[in-house]
Design a protein around this ligand. Sequence first.
Ligand SMILES: Cc1cc2nc3c(=O)[nH]c(=O)nc-3n(C[C@H](O)[C@H](O)[C@H](O)COP(=O)(O)OP(=O)(O)OC[C@H]3O[C@@H](n4cnc5c(N)ncnc54)[C@H](O)[C@@H]3O)c2cc1C
Length: 461
Amino acid sequence: MTLLDSFKTRRPAGHSFVSVPDLPELRACFDGELFGPDSPGYEAIRRPANAVYREVRPRLVAACRSVPDVVRVMTYAKATGDRIALRGGGHCFAGRSSTDGIVLDLSGLDGLSVGDDQVATIQAGARLGQVYGALHAYGRTLPAGCGSTVGITGLTLGGGIGLLGRKHGLTCDRLVGAQVVLASGSVVDCDHDHEPDLFWALRGAGGGQFGVVTSLRFDTVPEPLTTRIEAHWPTAAVAELAAAWQAWAPDAPDELTVNLTLESEPGAPVQATLFGAAGFGEGPTRELLREFTGQAGVSPAMELRTGLPYHQLKHTVTGLDPLEPPERALRIRSEFFSRAMSGHTLVSLLTQLGEPRTTGRRQLTFTAMGGAYNRVAEAATAFAHRSERFLLEHIAGPADPWVDRSWATAHADGSGRVYPNFPDPALGNWAAAYHAANYPRLAAVKNAYDRHRFFDFHQAI
Ligand SMILES: Cc1cc2nc3c(=O)[nH]c(=O)nc-3n(C[C@H](O)[C@H](O)[C@H](O)COP(=O)(O)OP(=O)(O)OC[C@H]3O[C@@H](n4cnc5c(N)ncnc54)[C@H](O)[C@@H]3O)c2cc1C
């Protein structure tokens, strides 16, 4: 299937369509709300958060309020033959939560509770900002991502990288169970002992592949007090800085995550920003950072804010991320690296990043891996990337050819692995890139749970 096919209304021939039920029939028993192109509110609800896919117009948006609603929409879609796209936060970089068929919107199912065992049950439509805020009331949190409007389900199903990840692992590493509506319409609970293959596949293969997740159960961690780190190098020796970061950040203590962003505005020199969090107070944090700045041979303007509960630190990130709404339309390509890139590659990357032009901001973001991410075996969960040192993103406007050139330059030294939560429609060998040696088992799970490919899109398992 091609990317274009993903947005077409009907599933390919070969599906047996039963008699088409009436929309009024569905409406009569629906707990949530149904929006067609003529409904008030349609224009607002049809648009995903990702600005690139804002013009895709679904025939129907089903804003579910209950698990039976999910089953009803699936039964309806099976009967009509409409393609179905599952949506939580609506951020998918490849537009997989948009279709001109039926959008099954779970954002209204967003409750959260925490039991005496500190296990949080979170309904599938909750966003990260809500999750951090609600868990804070229990003194708990999750190692999860930065975007406050990102959906917990999309994030978890593809892995979940964040500022606590080097200490506690991926978001999906804390998952202990999930409720899923299967393509057959049956509702199952899965965990290590029940439907273990499905539970394995939900941890890191990417969203929308095996069923509609309606709730997730997580083993939460105590909410730490953190030190927020932000440092800027307006005119530094950027190549030295990026080389020193690659040698240092992936091996820093687990409690310290610092990511590096190199940004270029037309007509201005490349700017470097270090952003991160430490589970230490000011003194030890400064000491650790001195190690790095010493290697880089530069002293930055450094701002540390200590004693921040993790959810407050997350608030301070809002507005810094170029992907946060109100979003510019952006294109992102990325790859993991299991070793530092060569000096030659780095210099070429930086030259391309800062090349003279009249429009368009460009950004390279280096995210530190290592730590707890890499203390899980590759086959233990569907997330296969457990030996990587860092992730590199190339971000710019959708028409900027720099994204492809920059990606190709870095790819010479990359591991060939790509994060399933950063899907890249341009990838050639996507099965190996996203899933590596876990692909055959994932294909078997797909065959067992969705043989007729009710859930399908470009690059689906
Ligand atoms: C501002 C911003 C910040 C980000 N920060 C981070 C970060 O710090 N760390 C990180 O790891 N990633 C980060 N990401 C990437 C993010 O993890 C992915 O974009 C993620 O897939 C978004 O999930 P969503 O629910 O918001 O999007 P959606 O587009 O709604 O969903 C993503 C995928 O999951 C599927 N899906 C959604 N709901 C369900 C469901 N209930 N059952 C089954 N499948 C479902 C969708 O069909 C789609 O394929 C960020 C993205 C943005 C835009």
